[in-house]
Design a protein around this ligand. Structure first.
Ligand code: FAD
Ligand code: UDP
Length: 394
């Protein structure tokens, strides 16, 4: 029998990789990562398209951004970042608008120019029907922030396509980060730091695991080898929490995205990286054109061609990639039961987007892994503190 590692990590996404890197580098532990896919990196994984040499994010467009100093410093140990600033445009009824809601969009949508104060007054009036503090779901929250006309044009149809759930049943936090700006500033994110990994996501993620104490075992499903490790060695589990417990409390609902990739015969398909399709009757939610994420690589891309991806969103069925937690009231009730089960699970910590059933951006996955390392793993391995999950890491 092979000797047991000091720590087993299920899932080679950013959460698992961060835990592995810290435990191997700082504590000298021997870490085994089990990953069921054929590659590491989780959903942030990317590949160069062999025909055009354009980097394609295989699980949907990934834009890195953070205001967390520690996460930024940590990520920069493994990669530098370009100065890419993400912008998103939205097509609605035959026109293209600059998102997020900003003065250009407001002027274009309402068909006349507004000063910042005039626009503020207009939106204040239109959004007065609901107070933001009283908003209990996505629709109310959106109307309380931007008013009904903008909600109906830019949010309602898009959200219905993306979630296939009535916006009144969706959690208000989904759109907490949709700002309204009374300026022409149209950067999609408002964080201190932003950029794309200069050599690509896979180079970054591979470097995190590049340590003599870390073994990544690909194409290995934890559930097929669980008996070798459960109860014998600490486990950090970043797969879906319901799957860990064999769906005993019922399946949590997830949204998946069908990504239809194609190479088109043009140098430039849409002039920018992301165009959202806000009309409800267009079946896809957005089109990504990957070459625009790396204008500095222009000379390395095959001329006359471009890689685009149409995104179609739908409920995940068994066997689909679980991408976004839907998080209805019913899901939250099930999650509470899974948290109780997790508390009783010896020597297993649950983390990451799937393990906590939480919408986590990359910087949040890294930040949350660094906290688990500081608060649970390091005290356990250095001082013998008991390893209890206290449930799923909040
Ligand atoms: P994951 O990356 O999902 O990794 C979990 C890993 O566990 C997977 O590789 C999976 O195969 C593996 N696994 C699961 N079960 C098992 C098992 N039983 N055995 C072995 N392995 C298992 N974040 C941003 O910051 N910016 C963005 O623009 C952005 N865009 C996104 C777009 C999409 C479509 C999606 C889905 C996510 C996006 N994210 C974005 C979020 C980002 O992908 C997550 O923050 C990140 O993936 C979280 O890392 P993780 O390790 O928690 O999970
Ligand atoms: N959203 C919308 N219209 C848009 C863009 C976003 O209604 O044009 C809403 C939608 O509900 C979506 C949420 O805002 O789920 C978050 O959008 P984002 O583009 O950040 O989602 P992601 O890139 O994570 O899929």
């Amino acid at each position: 029998d092979a000797p047991l590692p000091d720590l087993v990590i299920v899932g080679a996404g950013l959460f698992g990789l961060t835990i592995a890197e810290r435990c191997a580098e700082e504590l000298g532990l021997r870490v085994l990562i089990l990953e069921r896919r054929h590659h590491l990196g989780g959903n942030a994984y990317s590949e160069r398209d062999p025909e055009t040499n354009v980097e394609v994010h295989k699980y949907g467009a990934h834009l890195f951004h953070t205001s967390n100093e520690r996460v930024w410093e940590y990520a920069n140990r493994f990669t530098s970042f370009t100065d890419y600033r993400h912008r998103v445009f939205g097509k609605y009824q035959g026109q293209v608008y600059s998102l997020p809601m900003n003065l250009a969009l407001i002027n274009q949508f309402f068909g006349r120019s507004h000063t910042p104060d005039e626009a503020r007054a207009l939106i204040a009036e239109q959004s007065s029907e609901i107070a933001t503090e009283d908003a209990s779901n996505l629709e109310e929250k959106a109307i309380s922030l931007i008013g009904r006309p903008l909600y109906e044009a830019f949010i309602k149809g898009y959200t219905a396509k993306q979630w296939q759930t009535d916006p009144r049943e969706l959690s208000a936090d989904i759109i907490t980060r949709l700002p309204v700006r009374y300026t022409f500033q149209n950067g999609w994110f408002s964080d201190t730091y932003e950029g794309l990994p200069t050599e690509g996501y896979t180079a970054w993620l591979t470097k995190m695991a590049d340590h003599p104490n870390i073994e990544v075992r690909l194409e290995t499903d934890f559930f097929e080898v669980a008996d070798d490790y459960k109860g014998k060695v600490p486990i950090v589990y970043t797969g879906p929490v319901d799957e860990y417990f064999a769906n005993s409390e019922g399946r949590l609902s997830w949204r998946t995205v069908d990504l239809e990739e194609s190479v088109v015969d043009t140098d430039d398909f849409q002039g920018t990286g992301v165009v959202n399709y806000n009309d409800q009757d267009v079946p896809y939610t957005r089109i990504i054109e990957f070459k625009h994420f790396h204008p500095e690589r222009e000379r390395t891309h095959l001329p006359g061609k471009s890689v685009i991806v149409h995104e179609y969103s739908r409920f995940a069925e068994e066997g689909d990639e679980p991408y976004y937690p839907v998080n209805t009231a019913d899901d939250r009730a099930k999650l509470l039961k899974y948290r109780e089960l997790a508390k009783a699970e010896p020597m297993v910590l649950f983390g990451g987007r799937l393990g906590t059933y939480k919408y986590l951006d990359m910087h949040m996955a890294i930040g949350s892994a660094l906290s688990m390392y500081d608060n649970k793993l390091k005290p356990h391995f250095t001082e013998g503190a008991e390893l209890t999950s206290g449930g799923i890491d909040a």
